[in-house]
Design a protein around this ligand. Structure first.
Ligand SMILES: [Zn+2]
Length: 251
């Protein structure tokens, strides 16, 4: 049940017929795992905490650096030198003390990643490198958990949702195949803050839709954002029956 305080706190989204009290209760009983508390993970964590997702699991093994603050808006100047997890927990608790926060402070290996993914209802990949994204995707396919994947670099953003519970859904590997970490990351190539904020906000929105059960998720579609011209494009993405990660699962 929702307390009077919760009814008031979340009243502006409960007002929406698509959410209502049932949807808010579903959010309260939901658990989300956020991998990475950088430029994407910052708005994801802030919005999911504010919206009342009952359990937020956050994973990051990095510390806050001064160069992060231009885009990683969950951290502030006083956070520099702290772990990103501790910095984020302080901010998330201040925003919403009603929710439960679970911290993963060390790098996740295959076993701990599988356990972390199994413990939640949805996973948000907010990391900045291919090897993490591939490992997270494999864990989500194995545990049949939906994965909301976002990326932003320079002035381009990408977003898609992979849902292994659906037979028609591709996985991250169907789309990208085996990537290479020789690709530049944001910290090497540069990125504008509002673009990662935009992609992260859309990831949070997709999570709320999946968890509360409304709308049409971005499954089988890849959203491409060109910040330079403010143009959004959408590509259809099909499941690859021969995919090395999800191919055998569905036969
Ligand atoms: Zn696949």
């Amino acid at each position: 049940m929702l307390t009077d305080q919760e009814l008031l706190r979340y009243s502006r989204q409960i007002l929406l017929q698509h959410v209502d009290i049932d949807g808010q209760l579903r959010l309260k009983n939901s658990r989300a795992l956020i991998i990475g508390l950088g430029g994407l993970g910052a708005p994801v964590a802030l919005y999911l905490a504010a919206a009342g997702v009952g359990e937020l699991h956050v994973a990051d093994f990095d510390t806050v650096d001064l160069t992060n603050l231009q885009r990683q808006i969950i951290h502030d100047t006083d956070s520099v030198g702290q772990t990103k997890v501790d910095s984020a927990l302080r901010r998330l608790t201040a925003i919403n003390p009603e929710i439960t926060l679970v911290a993963h402070r060390s790098a996740l290996d295959a076993d701990s990643l599988a356990a972390a993914v199994s413990a939640v209802d949805v996973v948000l990949d907010c990391s900045d490198n291919f090897s993490t994204r591939e490992a997270v995707n494999a864990a989500c396919v194995a545990a049949a958990k939906p994965l909301i994947s976002g990326a932003a670099i320079r002035l381009e953003g990408q977003l898609s949702v992979f849902d292994p519970r659906r037979a028609d859904s591709p996985c991250y590997y169907c789309l990208y195949g085996h990537g290479s970490d020789t690709e530049l990351t944001c910290s090497e190539a540069g990125v504008v803050g509002p673009l990662v904020g935009l992609v992260g906000s859309l990831q949070a929105l997709e999570a709320l839709k999946l968890l509360a059960g409304f709308g049409e998720p971005l499954v089988g579609r890849l959203l491409l954002i060109d910040a330079l011209t403010t143009r959004f494009r959408e590509l259809r993405v099909k499941r690859d029956p021969g995919c090395a990660v999800c191919g055998t699962q569905h036969g």
